[in-house]
Ligand binder design. Structure first.
Ligand SMILES: [Zn+2]
Length: 717
């Protein structure tokens, strides 16, 4: 039974038919039993025979999912019943390991399904997703609330001292016990019925919230009639906007799609103030302007149901329930950290605002700085102060170079792993690329899917997920994917990244490494199966290599001339690192506090008006500085209402403490080399959830984490 079906974090399936037939896999999957002939009618029902069990995307069709879910759920139910009703005395092997082995088909079907609804969805998959959300939740409850099963687990826990379990197995036993208790195993029959109803409603609404965000993000894209309105954008960006409009049947117009965050990158360049304002308002009004995909009521309802569920399980509110299983442990600890850092962040943002206002006044702007001016004037100020803008860097950041000569190069230098593109394997969208990864000793190790481009069928943001998780129990090697949302350039044009996109590529590959280097026995502990407030740590560490001189020199070359990025430009980038930190820290802390506020409500405190609640909360927490709105507003905050970050958005900053401390370690130890990489891999990346994450940090670092490097980095000291 594998807990993580979903991606981190962060619909009809178009079938690719243009791929060559499967060729012999480099690594042969274990031979599957006789059921394979029947299962051939539905490729989801048997493990793929492709290399590393990569899903046979060229054979999977929309109509395969519903019957596959039905069959996989039935099969899992049978397995669970057999474990629960086993006449033999409960043992670690016949109960815990048996549970760990169960549900493999369902896990496979769900993994492929949820990956596709996130990356390349369609109306058929969206409808099925709505239908499956409560069914899967009910199925999960059938296991978690199974009295006989829990009784067996309790009996094993009682005699655990006599079992002589190895450390990882012992931890697995704890994990199962805790998971069952947290899922309601100790409730009485009436309470269990109530919990089941709450779970089903939560699953349905969470799914609906995410689907609404995707719809709203697509439908709120800004359509412009006149080319003059795009003044400030580069020719390439204008071409992209024209192509995007054309693709939607609006030939001759221009379309600026929305990113999932409040801030929209085009605002940094758009010269016309009213266009910037329109783009900003399109962004912040998502999900709150009426209509079918309005999320205001859904957010309130989700908060209420979560609060009720938390109380049913014996907690004051949802945050206390959620945080207990994180490294932060309590909402008090999270509140303390966020509200402790907020005043300094807001003060920095206000100082930055004053500078921007000066610039506006010097240009006789005659207006007060607003949220839609921030990025534009920040870019002007950057040019003035550091004499460069993002546009000058982009020609040096061609996607393929960044990925292969940057992200992969750094991983080779650190860990000795090598990459070979596999064009023979099927993918779910023609822009997805597959790489086989070989370990330092040359042995085949994993597959990596790079899915870099934005499209309407893909959720916003960037994330990593796994199609196959490493485990020694099943003898499986990982298949990991990274997803970004880089705008597709017009045909024949190169894909030139922004600094942020380069950083994101390194970040997501940091998650990928966590999955790729996993070296655990049980799938429950594989790779990124760690607390949310720990999972962002390895990914953030990996960002450091994006600007590491040896790595930069290798990938940052002009896409036309091949000339290396000029050192003077790099020096300017380095000098501007702390630039605009007040803004980025404040927008992030505001969103994190908003998340905590929504999830620290008791059922009696649930508000009637989501927007009014949001405004009051921001004010109360001292982060209601209008020019810096929260990174996400309630109605499109998918991380917390649709995804797995409810009461957990603080995790990025929490993880950044470990990240900044680790970056310091790499500097102290001489940076980019095999010795450092191997130590980090061995002590940290390979452990997954198989040991206490903070313990693995201590083993890696030799001491507890220190917060100073983070404060320094973010200018909060
Ligand atoms: Zn991440």
């Amino acid at each position: 039974m594998n807990k993580t079906l979903l991606m981190l974090l962060c619909s009809a399936l178009t079938i690719q038919t243009s791929y060559a037939d499967e060729t012999a896999p480099t690594q042969t999957a274990s031979n599957k039993p006789a059921s394979i002939a029947r299962a051939a009618y539905n490729p989801l029902l048997a493990a793929s025979t492709l290399a590393y069990e990569l899903p046979a995307f060229n054979k999977i069709r929309n109509e395969h999912f519903a019957p596959a879910f039905a069959s996989a759920i039935r099969a899992h139910e049978k397995e669970i019943a057999a474990i629960a009703n086993n006449r033999a005395k409960p043992s670690f092997e016949n109960t815990i390991v048996a549970l760990e082995r169960s549900g493999q088909t369902l896990n496979r079907v769900s993994t492929i399904f949820f990956n596709l609804t996130a990356t390349h969805t369609n109306p058929v998959l969206e409808a099925l997703s709505s239908e499956m959300a409560p069914k899967l939740s009910a199925h999960q409850d059938l296991i978690s609330l199974n009295d006989k099963l829990f009784a067996r687990i309790e009996q094993i826990v009682k005699v655990r001292d006599q079992l002589k379990l190895d450390a990882e197995s012992s931890r697995l036993l704890d994990r199962y016990y805790t998971d069952f208790v947290r899922a309601g195993a100790k409730l009485d029959a009436t309470q269990k019925e109530k919990l089941k109803a709450l779970n089903a409603q939560l699953a349905t609404l969470g799914n609906q919230f995410s689907q609404n965000v995707l719809k709203e993000t697509n439908s709120s894209a800004l359509v412009l009639e006149h080319k003059e309105d795009l003044a400030g954008l580069s020719d390439a960006e204008i071409q992209i906007a024209a192509a995007a409009a054309k693709a939607k049947g609006m030939d001759g117009k221009f379309l600026i799609p929305l990113m999932n965050t409040t801030g929209q990158p085009a605002i940094a360049s758009l010269e016309k103030r009213e266009i910037r304002q329109r783009l900003h308002e399109a962004s912040v009004n998502r999900g709150s302007h009426g209509g079918e995909s309005d999320n205001r009521k859904i957010a309130i309802e989700l908060a209420r149901l979560r609060a009720e569920r938390a109380q049913l399980l014996g907690y004051t509110h949802y945050a206390d329930y959620g945080l207990e299983d994180e490294t932060a442990k309590t909402s008090t600890a999270v509140n303390k950290m966020l509200s402790g850092l907020a005043p300094a962040a807001v003060a920095n943002a206000k100082a930055e605002a004053a500078e921007l206002q000066k610039l506006i006044d010097a240009k006789q702007g005659g207006f007060q700085l607003a949220a839609w001016d921030w990025a534009y004037y920040t870019e002007q100020l950057r040019k003035e102060k550091y004499a460069f803008d993002d546009g000058q860097l982009r020609p040096y950041f061609e996607l393929n170079q960044v990925l292969e000569k940057g992200v992969f190069f750094a991983a080779t230098k650190l860990y000795g792993i090598t990459f070979k593109e596999r064009k023979d394997l099927p993918v779910y969208h023609p822009s997805v690329r597959v790489y086989e990864i070989f370990d330092a000793d040359g042995k085949p190790m994993a597959l990596f899917l790079a899915d870099m481009y934005a499209r309407d069928s893909k959720r916003g943001g960037a994330w990593m997920n796994s199609y196959v998780e490493q485990s020694h129990l099943f003898g499986k090697k990982p298949v990991i994917a990274n997803h970004l949302n880089i705008p597709q350039p017009p045909a024949g044009e190169p894909t030139l990244l922004t600094v942020d996109e380069v950083k994101t590529a390194f970040h997501e590959f940091g998650h990928a490494l966590h999955g790729l280097f996993s070296n655990v026995k049980y799938p429950r502990f594989s790779g990124t199966n760690v607390p949310r407030d720990f999972v962002e740590y390895p990914s953030q560490v990996n960002e450091m290599w994006a600007t590491w001189p040896e790595v930069l020199k290798n990938y940052a070359k002009h896409y036309q001339t091949g000339a290396p990025i000029p050192q003077t430009l790099l020096d300017k980038v380095a000098a501007s690192k702390k630039f605009n930190q007040g803004y980025t820290t404040t927008e992030y802390i505001a969103a994190s506090l908003l998340d905590q506020r929504w999830h620290q409500l008791t059922p009696a405190q649930i508000p009637a008006d989501a927007i009014a609640f949001e405004q009051a909360a921001l004010k109360d927490m001292g982060v209601d500085f209008a020019p810096v709105p929260p990174r996400y507003r309630t109605t499109y905050f998918s991380h917390i209402f649709g995804g797995g970050y409810s009461a957990g958005y603080y995790a990025y900053l929490w993880s950044e403490v470990l990240d900044a401390d680790t970056v310091e370690w790499f500097h102290e130890q001489g940076g980019l080399n095999r010795k450092n990489g191997d130590w980090f891999r061995q002590q940290l990346l390979s452990r997954g959830g198989s040991i206490d994450p903070m313990e693995s940090f201590r083993q890696f670092r030799g001491r507890d984490p220190k917060i100073e490097p983070l404060l320094l980095r973010r200018g909060l000291k």
